[in-house]
Design a protein around this ligand. Structure first.
Ligand SMILES: [Zn+2]
Ligand SMILES: [Zn+2]
Length: 845
């Protein structure tokens, strides 16, 4: 709409672990698992699942009215994207940035795969710290006590470590202890990494099952032995000994504790809170496991990725997220990219089984290739076996900004659309995805992948809680769309999308914005009925601007210009809520509440009618275009109807010709601040009269006489010139205006910025009866306030009632309080009126 060549390319990733889990569960319900059906059949099964359910996100996007280029939809396992994945893997390997290493890795025993550091969620749990005595080998009367939260791992201990400066253990360094239950001897070593204040200051070292211990083990000369006693399935290995082999790790813990107790080797057990890692997909407790995995050395790429954000080449919005980004990037560790699952890009590495030449042997038979090799390029062997693992899904997602545009081919699309302008995403994948796209984009395109990263809000429930299945507070967007329409739903999300704040979602709000859609619809109908003889097409409205004789029309044209400017700035700054609220306020309050009323009055005169009609069409057309990005469907429908009228046939023939989507987005309209200022006097006068009517409960049809005392001659002049609006809209019989007007007898007063408004009440209202009514109302309200107050102070109610009921009662209470305030205002207004006039106070009951 603003004339840019825009591409919103839709697509999805293959969500490796998550998708594999779903299909595995499906198989389990038939009593099958992936190993019994085999790799090929399993992958076929996942594709079947993907075709049936994988379109859900795309379907939701379509229902939301997202204007993507659907013809270019991409999936990370598409042929082109897979080609890009291989290209990147091979290039990084050839540069030495991809390597294989045998080290500890976070492992999920349920998903049966390695996880990157990011895929482990740490959570505090109540555990037990067990103090175990290890007897010295050369003096069984002496022992050293170690403390651990994981007693079962002692079966894999290969040392006990103390701090070199710890005086308590000075004489013990170098001696050995008998490792209970395992029947092995291990040595007491010293390492500065040991914290003397933890437990006894002596710690057991299990290099194969603890990251700190791994570091200490590698630090020793010679390095300590690694003994893996827990296997990939979370069960004890043969290394754990005959007695424990095959037991689940937690079951084994119980056995080990029982056996240690029997031998009186437990000194004490104390409660201990500590953080435990869980798989982000299935929540199983992860296990550090010694395995060979593929890694990307990201250090130099991370430095570049930090620099482009520091220099402002890439902006993260809201800016506060930049610190989160820097903190992580500055401490980044090498990225483990291999996963022991089947759904994903299989690692393009083959192992030569023969190694017939020296060259092949030095390479340990490793062949890394873009194409699947028939024979070993290093020795000609036909016996090649591909690595069983697949790549982390984020490896392919990291290439998204260029792989989807055809890279490594230098396509037209790539030239036209890379670097892209904006990426919109959630904060939870800044590291998983955003950081990696920046690294890969800079590495392979030598250019940033996008200029702006907008971090959107999280949608929570009305109490601010995260939506989750277990809480039962999840809102299905499609259900909301079915109930209230896409426009109302989209508008709600936009209207509450304040930067840096989460969205507290409630259905009431969507319902509220559906009223807005109705309001717009009714206004459009009114306008089309009243402009029938005038050719109400947007094109006419923009070209043939007549002279505007009335101030209301000049005013609405100027307000439209102001609001257009506000919306444009808000959209440029990603303040979607401000844009939504501006257009809402304008259409509902200024256009519908004020201008349409005034237009009705102006259209009684043949002189002003052409200008008003033009103005109605111009304002509606411009408002529709302003609103279109937020409410695409109703705006299109009204706009098409305006263009073609209700002549259905003509309309359907031309329907596909032009869409509001390709009409021009409004900007740079002419403002008139003098008119806006003048109009504000008129609005002030009418609002003042309406306030008095409202507070004193005077029927809207009751015709009044009003006096207005202005504070300036200019104000007086404006009101006089536009007296017809005031009389008509505020339903007045006569009106007195001037700087020297006195307050008439027994009249209600409204004091405004630049005027005082008097409404004489004689013959309109029986003051005493009215005061009676108000006092009775106040009594009733006070009674309710008392009752609710008691309830809200009741601890039992507060604790037992559901949060939403408590919230509702609180809201009710607030409402009553403001109701009471309003009633008191009305009483004051009446008292002031009668005081000016000297009615006997004792008459009042
Ligand atoms: Zn898992
Ligand atoms: Zn070979």
């Amino acid at each position: 709409m603003s004339g840019f060549n825009v591409l919103w390319l839709p697509g999805t990733d293959h969500a490796g672990i998550a998708t594999q889990n779903v299909v595995e569960k499906q198989l389990a319900s038939y009593g099958l698992d992936r190993h019994t059906i085999g790799r090929d059949a399993f992958i076929e099964q996942v594709w079947k699942w993907k075709t049936t359910y994988g379109g859900k996100i795309i379907h939701q996007l379509k229902r939301l009215g997202a204007s993507c280029d659907w013809s270019r939809e991409r999936f990370t396992l598409d042929e082109g994207l897979s080609k890009a994945v291989r290209e990147v893997f091979v290039r990084l390997y050839e540069e030495g940035l991809i390597y294989r290493d045998n080290r500890l890795i976070n492992w999920c025993p349920r998903c049966h795969t390695a996880l990157s550091d990011l895929e482990v969620e740490y959570e505090e749990v109540e555990g037990t710290l067990t103090y175990i005595k290890y007897q010295l080998s050369d003096d069984t009367k002496q022992h050293i006590t170690v403390a651990t939260t994981r007693p079962e791992t002692m079966l894999g201990d290969t040392a006990v470590a103390v701090h070199p400066k710890d005086k308590r253990y000075k004489g013990l360094i170098g001696k050995s202890v008998d490792l209970p239950l395992a029947g092995r001897r291990i040595v007491i070593i010293s390492d500065r990494a040991v914290d003397p204040s933890f437990g006894t200051g002596a710690v057991k070292i299990t290099p194969a099952h603890d990251f700190n211990d791994e570091a200490i083990a590698k630090n020793q000369t010679p390095p300590l032995e690694f003994i893996s006693v827990i296997g990939p399935d979370g069960r004890m290995t043969p290394e754990a000994g005959d007695k424990y082999e095959g037991l689940d790790r937690y079951e084994c813990r119980k056995h080990v504790l029982k056996d240690l107790k029997k031998r009186k080797l437990i000194e004490k057990e104390v409660a201990y809170r500590h953080a435990v890692g869980h798989c982000y997909r299935c929540k199983t407790t992860t296990e550090p496991l010694l395995t060979a995995q593929w890694y990307v050395n990201v250090q130099s790429m991370a430095r570049e990725a930090i620099s482009v954000v520091k220099k402002g080449k890439i902006k993260i919005i809201p800016k506060s997220w930049e610190n989160t980004y820097f903190a992580w990037m500055e401490n980044i560790k090498d990225w483990c990219i291999s996963r022991q699952i089947w759904w994903g890009h299989r690692i393009p590495v083959w192992y030569c089984q023969e190694m017939k030449t020296k060259k092949c042997e030095t390479l340990r038979g490793v062949v890394v290739s873009r194409e699947t090799p028939e024979t070993c390029p290093n020795c000609g062997s036909h016996h090649l076996i591909q690595d069983e693992d697949v790549l982390d899904t984020w490896f392919s997602s990291a290439l998204w900004p260029f792989s989807t545009l055809g890279w490594p081919e230098q396509t037209e699309d790539l030239k036209t659309f890379y670097p892209t302008s904006v990426l919109i995403t959630g904060f939870d994948i800044i590291f998983f995805w955003v950081a990696r796209m920046i690294m890969m984009g800079l590495k392979f395109m030598h250019e940033i992948p996008f200029h702006d990263v907008y971090i959107h809000a999280l949608v929570r429930d009305i109490q601010g809680q995260k939506m989750s299945k277990s809480k039962g507070n999840v809102v299905d967007p499609l259900l909301m769309i079915d109930r209230y329409g896409t426009d109302a739903f989209r508008f709600t999300l936009a209207a509450f999308a304040a930067q840096g704040r989460d969205i507290k979602f409630s259905e009431d709000r969507v319902e509220g914005y559906r009223h807005f859609v109705n309001k717009l619809w009714n206004a459009a109908r009114f306008i089309m009925i009243n402009t029938e003889s005038f050719n109400a097409s947007p094109a006419n409205a923009s070209s043939q601007k007549p002279v505007l004789h009335d101030i209301a029309s000049r005013w609405i044209v100027s307000r439209l210009a102001s609001v257009t400017q506000d919306i444009n700035t808000a959209l440029e700054d990603y303040r979607f809520n401000d844009a939504a609220n501006s257009i809402y306020q304008f259409i509902w309050h200024e256009f519908c509440d004020w201008y349409l009323e005034m237009a009705k009055s102006e259209m009684k005169s043949p002189e002003t009618t052409p200008g008003v009609r033009w103005c109605l069409v111009h304002t509606l057309d411009t408002s529709l275009r302003l609103l279109h990005p937020l409410m695409p469907f109703v705006t299109e429908e009204i706009w098409q109807t305006m263009k073609h009228g209700n002549r259905k046939q003509e309309r359907s023939a031309q329907q596909s010709q032009e869409s509001i989507m390709t009409s021009q987005y409004p900007h740079d309209l002419q403002k008139d601040s003098v008119v806006e200022e003048e109009m504000s006097y008129i609005i002030e006068a009418i609002t003042g009269i309406r306030t008095i009517r409202g507070e004193l409960n005077i029927s809207p049809s009751q015709v009044l006489h009003v006096s207005i005392k202005t504070s300036s001659i200019a104000g007086e002049k404006i009101l006089r010139e536009n007296i017809h609006y005031i009389k008509e809209i505020a339903k007045l019989d006569t009106i007195g205006i001037g700087m020297h007007i006195d307050k008439p007898e027994c009249s209600a007063t409204a004091v405004k910025r630049s005027m005082e408004i008097y409404v004489p009440l004689k013959g309109i209202l029986n003051i005493n009866a009215e005061l009676d009514r108000l006092n009775k109302d106040i009594a009733k309200v006070e009674e309710s306030i008392l009752f609710l107050n008691k309830k809200l102070l009741n601890e039992e109610f507060l604790q037992r009632a559901p949060a939403e009921i408590v919230e509702k009662e609180k809201a009710k209470y607030e409402k009553l309080i403001s109701m009471k305030e309003r009633l008191l205002e009305s009483i004051k207004m009446l008292k002031d009126a009668e005081e000016g006039d000297g009615i006997q106070k004792q008459k009042r009951t």
